[in-house]
Design a binder for this molecule. Sequence first.
Ligand code: GRG
Length: 301
Amino acid sequence: MKIDSKKFESLLKEYQLRVEQTLDRWLPDAQVNPIELHQAMRYSVMAPGKRVRPILVYATASALGLDLKLVDGAAAAVEIIHAYSLIHDDLPAMDDDDLRRGRPTCHRKFNEATAILAGDALQALAFYILSHDADMTSNSDSRLQMIEKLSLFSGSRGMAGGQAIDLASVGKTLNIAELETMHIHKTGALIRTSIRLSALSSQQLDADQFKALDSYAKYVGLSFQVQDDILDVIGDTNTLGKPQGSDIERNKPTYPSVIGLNASREIALELHHNALEALSIFGEEAEILRYISTWFVERTH
Ligand code: GRG
């Protein structure tokens, strides 16, 4: 698809709206018992997030010429896993944050027990969607592989593992390789999975195309987090919707704290360059993915 920056903006809006409608369909009604739990799940998922992971699901599907209906379930599942991770990350036992997406965190709005349960229930809901969505691939082997990838990369060998490394690293000095490992797991794993789920929805993808997309996913997964580290230093709380400077305050190792702001910026741009390079076997159809990589390193929130 040939796009310019205006078209890119409108595609982002279209994908955000699309996943929000899908999420609304899958989330239990807030009036159904247990009411407080269902309210908390909706409160966190429907809060205004960027919907980066679903956007990647749809953009990859679009680059592969797939009907977006095929990946609605995958888009909702990755956003729901992300929402659960944010709820748990904000808990007093972890980052103990008061603000998320510009609103009180789930445990502040409700209570700690409800927030824990909302995260648990959301995690289960993501896998329910992947196993039940009738519009997804009719190939049960592909569906099983999607469930396998999401469970593997959100678990201890992916996102949850990265979070464990993150918590253990507070107050420690990490070298750049250790920092990269932490980020690749904590943030990169779910971003990479988002792209893989769309790739698995295609029955026509060859090995080279899969490798190229996975390589792109690896680079943008890391560039997104490097930019996040940069924004913790140069962003502002209102735009970010979460407290600026919280990594510094908590003495968490980040790219700027380990190598400085300028070198971090250079790494983000190098990752962006590598992401574009990875897509070189694709033509115009992957333009949306190229725009997303630019967005990740230029974003202000
Ligand atoms: C608790 C198992 C578990 C994992 C937590 C994702 C995560 C791991 C913690 C969230 C804290 C954090 C800053 C993680 C880095 C990833 C990141 C940049 C999250 C925020 O994602 P955005 O920017 O948020 O996509 P929105 O609100 O736009 O969806």
